[in-house]
Design a protein around this ligand. Structure first.
Ligand code: A2P
Length: 264
């Protein structure tokens, strides 16, 4: 392959430097890049990223996993063999360049929800990324008295990023005092773990509510954010609608919002 500095940086994109990388499994890794001074976003939004390895680089939507106050930008990614972007992205090293388009967007933002007592975040797989941003933003705890992050993965090792994150949030000098009440409910579906099952099944049976000591979801008190595969979104959305919640958007806040997790 040609050296990457053979290709000029496309006009209108930020070229940022990788500052750290952590691999969790052969399928999952996190990386952080420098933040352009002029780049503003709302916690929970996504942005298009790519690599300077072609005349016309491949860009993919990535949720920003760091909060809006952070001086770096964090991403949490899958690695797909033969994936147009992740095939190359998984090999990045500290000091490499990552391209980022200028305009962040997304619906998993506090503004798209009506105020409520309790915020439920439903994540599967890398769908935890936007919530990694939101649970580090003090605004989330100002808007909701209770925050519950559910995360379901096939295997136990895939829960590590979220577990380390929640522990770090509670220890953080800036958000720690807000986040003491954050609840983290992890389940697996294909490897033994103390809590098992799809979140949709655990809501239908009521087990998640029993485990957490909470009443079933109600539009009077509860708000939801959902991020996962298309199938997970469809089924979790149906579950929340079954509890009487309704989907909102940036220009029409309501009781839950939905966004697709990164796919390839
Ligand atoms: P399962 O192992 O039963 O398929 P994926 O990697 O396919 O996105 O799955 C991530 C996690 O989301 C897995 O634990 C998976 O459970 C779960 N999952 C997949 N589809 C759904 C769905 N339609 N509703 C709820 N959870 C789902």
């Amino acid at each position: 392959a040609a050296p990457k500095d053979t290709f000029p940086i496309p006009a209108g994109v930020f070229a940022q430097t990788v500052t750290s990388i952590q691999h969790y499994t052969d399928r999952l890794f996190k990386f952080r890049i420098t933040r352009p001074d002029s780049f503003r976003f709302r916690s929970g939004e996504f942005v298009m990223i790519g690599l300077p390895n072609a005349e016309r680089p491949v860009f993919r939507a990535y949720s920003i996993a760091s909060p809006s106050w952070d001086e770096e930008i964090e991403f949490y990614s899958i690695k797909v063999a033969g994936g147009p972007l992740t095939e190359h992205l998984q090999k990045i090293k500290v000091g490499d360049t990552v391209l980022m388009r200028r305009k962040p967007t997304g619906t998993l933002v506090n503004d798209a929800l009506l105020p409520g007592k309790r915020l439920w975040m439903f994540a599967t797989g890398t769908g935890i990324a936007p919530f990694a941003s939101l649970i580090r933003d003090p605004e989330t705890y100002e808007k909701f008295d209770e925050v519950i992050l559910t995360h379901t993965c096939r295997e136990v090792a895939e829960l590590t990023y979220g577990k380390e994150l929640v522990a770090a949030v509670k220890d953080d000098p800036l958000v720690g005092e807000f986040a003491q009440g954050l609840r983290h409910y992890c389940t697996t579906t294909r490897e033994d773990y103390p809590f098992m099952g799809r979140i949709t099944d655990l809501m239908a049976s009521g087990k998640v509510f029993g485990d957490l000591g909470l009443p079933p979801i109600s539009p009077d008190t509860d708000r939801g954010m959902i991020c996962g595969s298309m199938d997970m979104l469809r089924d979790t959305k149906a579950a929340l609608e079954g509890f009487g919640l309704a989907e909102g958007a940036n220009n029409r806040p309501d009781t839950f919002v939905v966004e697709k997790a990164f796919v390839d």
